[in-house]
Design a protein around this ligand. Sequence first.
Ligand SMILES: Cc1cc2nc3c(=O)[nH]c(=O)nc-3n(C[C@H](O)[C@H](O)[C@H](O)COP(=O)(O)O)c2cc1C
Length: 406
Amino acid sequence: MNFEPLLSKLFSRGVTSFDHDFPDFFGYRYATEMGPEKVIEVIREAGLRGRGGAGFPTAVKWDYCRKASGSPKYLVCNADESEPGTFKDVQIMMYDPHALFEGIGIAAYAIGARQAYIYVRGEFDLPARIMELRIPKAHISMQQVQIFIHRGAGAYICGEETALLDSIEGRRGEPRLKPPYPAECGLWGKPTVINNVETLTSVSKIFRFGLDNWKAKGTPKLYCISGDIINSRVFEAPLGIKLRDIVYNYGGGPLPGRKVQAVFPGGSSTAPLRDDELDIPMDFKMPDGKPGIIGSAGTIVVDDSRCMVDVARNIMRFYAHESCGKCTPCRDGNALVHDALNDILEGRDAGYAMEYIERMIPRIFTDCFCPLAKGAMNALGAIFTKWRADFESHVFGSGCGRKRIG
Ligand SMILES: Cc1cc2nc3c(=O)[nH]c(=O)nc-3n(C[C@H](O)[C@H](O)[C@H](O)COP(=O)(O)O)c2cc1C
């Protein structure tokens, strides 16, 4: 099939920083004249932190990998983007792929890698094709790095960086024990940097438009907003904007006649907040130094028409389905908690189900192997505590009577 007409249409609608017919890779040329150490210094000075969810300082990871002794080194771009509520990376792949390629070229240069993999979520067929068509032009301007597209098969766990490496190596994607960290022992046992699509695209922006521009824009960041909201969208704004601003200004607020009931700030793995708790910054750290709420910046709004027990069940269905099965607390725990939520909603021994969930949340959280089930328990734990009345109405009364997804 000829995708070119469709691609031209897509590009003509997108906001791009590159001319897609004549990509100049100016940022890459600028960076490679500086020397790798200076490139890492610029990224450190920019204060860039990973946009995949963990918020790890990018320069620290690059520096560690650069100094690691193994060879060859690899750069891997995490384009799995499977966290519910997050759909920013796919926009970059579709509308601004050259910015991503440029970031990959700069990162590979900084760490001393000559091969880079873009691990694309299995469902992202069109973005993968768009990139496949554009890579040859990138290779002409950035001859020191070879970029490969590797398609996943649609598994949330393969977004976890070490499971992703297993998947590229042809194995079933399961998280690895850390340490050793990938920067020291990653793809095929070699030093590897794994960075998110937006992180690498930010690198391109820093070198293309300059550090001053980056700082003047307040460390620009992509945010997603979706759910029971007027405007579902992706937008760019400074890091640290208020969550209330995202919901009420960028998202346009709840649908007519409805109120905001719960907001998952940074994807379904983050603890939901009530409407009166939204005046906090979307950042990697809170003003008091506690961990921030930004996650993968995929804000999901739930309005007051919905049953929060049903919301919890829906979330747990996802995590139970996506567990890779490597560890028991996640494989069996998530599924059993999902069944217990079903019991509450269907009035089957609901009192026991409540007790069971209460006991399981801290156990799964502390005993699971990787952050997948921790994320599930973050969300479930907050719903269970803050929307207790919803649970009790199902256990002790005739239910909350609100909408269910089923
Ligand atoms: C279950 C799970 C799923 C993840 N999914 C993604 C993902 O889809 N995309 C992503 O960039 N990072 C994802 N991560 C985070 C990665 O493990 C890793 O921290 C990230 O790719 C590092 O890149 P960064 O430093 O640029 O953020 C996930 C982590 C976990 C535990």
